[in-house]
Design a protein around this ligand. Structure first.
Ligand code: HEC
Length: 160
């Protein structure tokens, strides 16, 4: 076997071995998830954020193929670590307020959803208007925090 063939065989073998390494593509049970009353906002978050910021991740077929899978699982783990809507109720109000403030900024500055994610998920491309809808919702929700709103959303919904 020539050196070229050896390199190819080695790469093929490495790819096969990679597939055998265990990986945690988990969807743990939800614990006090955030309930978004506004159905428009709920829909946008479902389309553009839920895969990385909840426990209801839809793992695509390519999430089973290493090394793409490593990179993908890492993104989801990191996303959940930073902002987890499936355990929202367990987060202290001050922290919730801070996270929503960050959310406004990230959405406004187009840092979220992650660009790489939108390549495989065209439905996650949200319009400027949809960005504004999410930002307004985050503002309203922050006003509701600490004012006895159990759903994590402003009680007064009459303004829209
Ligand atoms: C492909 C996965 C992915 C998607 C989709 C995604 N995020 Fe993220 N998000 C991450 C990762 C990874 C981080 C942590 C790294 C960073 O801050 O850039 C993060 C961080 C954040 C933070 C910062 C939290 C903090 O610690 O301050 C907010 C807020 C956020 N995302 C909101 C959103 C919103 C809102 C959407 C939908 C419009 C969204 N993300 C979509 C992966 C994602």
């Amino acid at each position: 076997m020539g050196n070229g063939m050896k390199a190819v065989s080695f790469a093929a073998l490495a790819l096969v071995v990679m597939q055998l390494l265990p990986l945690a593509r988990t969807n743990p049970p939800e614990e006090q998830p955030l309930v978004i009353q506004d159905s428009r906002v709920a829909d946008i978050v479902e389309r553009a954020c839920a895969d990385c910021h909840t426990h209801s991740t839809e793992w695509p077929w390519y999430s089973r193929v290493a090394p793409v899978s490593w990179w993908l699982v890492h993104h989801v783990e990191e996303g959940r670590e930073h902002l987890n809507l499936s355990t929202w109720g367990t987060v202290a109000p001050d922290r919730q307020d801070h996270l929503l403030e960050e959310l406004e900024e990230y959405v406004e500055e187009r840092e979220m959803p992650l660009r790489s994610y939108m390549l495989g998920h065209p439905e996650a491309r949200i319009t400027d208007e949809e960005r504004q809808v999410v930002i307004d919702w985050a503002r309203r929700t922050r006003e509701g925090i600490g004012h006895g709103s159990a759903s994590g959303e402003a009680v007064d919904e009459t303004e829209h």
